[in-house]
Design a protein around this ligand. Structure first.
Ligand code: AMP
Ligand code: ZN
Length: 469
């Protein structure tokens, strides 16, 4: 079996072949730490966490190096610190800590490397110098700008043609730019903003250069996979390629982009109740709030329930379905709690789905099939099949990063002993009433359970329950 991924640059699915299977490298653009992340920002780290789990399984855990950067130099960070009257470092460390806490609630494994811009200014200055030496950038009024006309493949990733872009340019163009699409590599800082010395004056890096410089310094070129949300294709990733290629004198080599990243992966956008999230609409859902209100696994399941390249709409029904899906799977594991798993590998059809450009909906269908097999085999008293299906279900779920809780804990969350005894007593009475065909009594007990906000899930081998969210 082999992994295929849809490569944004080649616009097709390609079989994944790392440059060196003993060191598989992956870089995903991480958060700008000026505020809490919203639910859309959680999609890339969750998707690429699944990819990393798969790569670690395929090549060996120690052979994969995953870097997710932290952008800690940015205008929005400066503005926030100025508004609050706090040091910039307070703002960045506060929101980075919150981000990491939220990621752990989503079972996102920490990346191997988390380079911060402020720790890599030397590499950034060196890369800008190399780009200038190649004649692909120029200094003007304290700025250094990348000259997009110097790179013959500019626009290749995003499928844009520079001439068309220039014709259609409506942006207000700074007078020191030779071309409206030239972008900033270095710029002067305003009074009170962080700044570092450079051959072009005191200042700070632009956004795009941070990633290409940190990739080169921390992972080395070319990397195997570069990922991020679809909005980053242009200009961020287009500009990263231009920088990474031109710093090494390949501005005119037709296929030099492959010397930067061998594959490009982008996730689709998340909307909320069919609308784009925006502060003006007032529908921005913060991940930090969501994971306080609902289990992180429900959020993770919901994020993986659509194929990563498709748009995903976040709404109540998605959350209800995700919760139900996990209840069903945990329910099967709960009923099979006393059976020891006899397998530790995901089944072939699960791997086939996940290796097909991370087809998570297909992979989830296998989880449901395995839980049905557990229920069937429990009813049939077929312990060997329960043991096998349970082991396969756990191994497959590990690759998706779900079903990480103890089943009993999952259903128990937030429930104390008195409440549990009461509910379990009612369930026994309900079973007895049903067995005796005393329907009015069964209805009365159901109403009582409803009043306690208890959801009962009847399976072929018994009932499980939980408190309504
Ligand atoms: P930002 O902090 O805006 O740079 O975004 C961090 C990451 O989240 C980037 O990879 C973005 O592409 C991604 N992202 C931002 N908004 C959304 C969204 N609504 N849906 C999916 N991904 C998003
Ligand atoms: Zn980036």
């Amino acid at each position: 079996m082999s992994l295929t991924i849809y490569d944004t640059l080649h616009r097709e699915k390609r079989v994944f072949q790392p440059r060196d299977p003993r060191r598989v490298t992956l870089y995903v653009c991480g958060p700008t730490v000026y505020d809490y992340a919203h639910i859309g920002n959680a999609r890339p780290p969750v998707v690429f966490d699944v990819l990393t789990r798969l790569l670690r399984r395929t090549y060996g855990a120690a052979k994969v190096v995953y870097a997710r950067n932290v952008t800690d130099v940015d205008d929005k960070i400066n503005q926030k610190a100025a508004r609050e009257g706090t040091p910039i470092g307070d703002v960045t460390s506060r929101y980075e800590a919150a981000y990491l806490e939220d990621m752990s609630r989503l079972n996102v494994s920490p990346p191997d490397l988390a380079p911060h811009v402020t720790d890599h200014i030397d590499a950034i200055v060196a890369q800008i110098g190399a780009i200038m030496d190649q004649g692909c950038a120029y200094a003007a009024e304290g700025h250094v700008l990348f000259d997009v006309s110097s790179y013959q493949n500019y626009g290749r990733l995003s499928g844009r043609n520079l001439d068309d872009m220039i014709m259609g340019a409506r942006v207000e163009v700074a007078p020191y730019k030779k071309n409206p699409h030239d972008f900033v590599l270095w710029k002067p800082s305003k009074e009170g903003e962080p700044s570092w010395p450079s051959p072009w004056g005191e200042g700070r890096p632009g956004w795009h250069i941070e990633c290409s410089a940190m990739i080169e310094e921390t992972l080395g070129l070319p990397i195997d996979i570069h990922g991020g949300g679809i909005d980053l294709v242009f200009p961020h990733h287009e500009n990263e390629i231009a920088q990474g290629v031109c710093a090494h004198g390949h501005a005119h080599a037709p296929d030099a982009h492959a010397e930067y990243s061998r594959y490009w992966m982008h996730n689709g956008f998340l909307t909320v109740d069919a609308e784009k999230m925006s502060k003006s609409v007032g529908n921005v859902l913060l991940l930090h709030d969501l994971v306080q209100a609902i289990p992180g696994e429900v959020v993770r399941w919901a994020l993986l329930s659509a194929h990563y390249r498709q748009p995903l709409d976040w709404n109540q029904s998605l959350l209800d379905q995700s919760r139900k899906a996990l209840d069903r799977l945990y329910g099967a594991l709960h009923r099979a709690a006393d059976v020891e798993a006899s397998d530790d590998q995901p089944p072939a059809d699960f791997l086939k789905s996940i290796e097909d450009d991370l087809n998570t909906p297909g992979a989830m269908a296998t989880l449901f099939a395995l839980s049905s097999e557990i229920e069937r085999a429990m009813t049939a008293g077929d312990a060997a099949s329960v043991a096998r299906a349970k082991g396969q279900l756990k191994a497959a779920a590990d690759l998706l990063g779900v079903l990480q809780a103890e089943p009993a804990t999952w259903f128990d969350a937030g429930v104390d002993d008195v409440f549990r005894t009461e509910v379990e007593g009612l369930l026994e009475q309900r079973a007895a009433a049903r067995a005796g065909k005393d329907w009015p009594e069964a209805d009365r007990i159901r109403d009582r359970l409803n009043a306690l906000k208890v959801v009962v899930m009847d399976g072929p081998t018994g009932a499980t329950w939980r408190v309504k969210a």
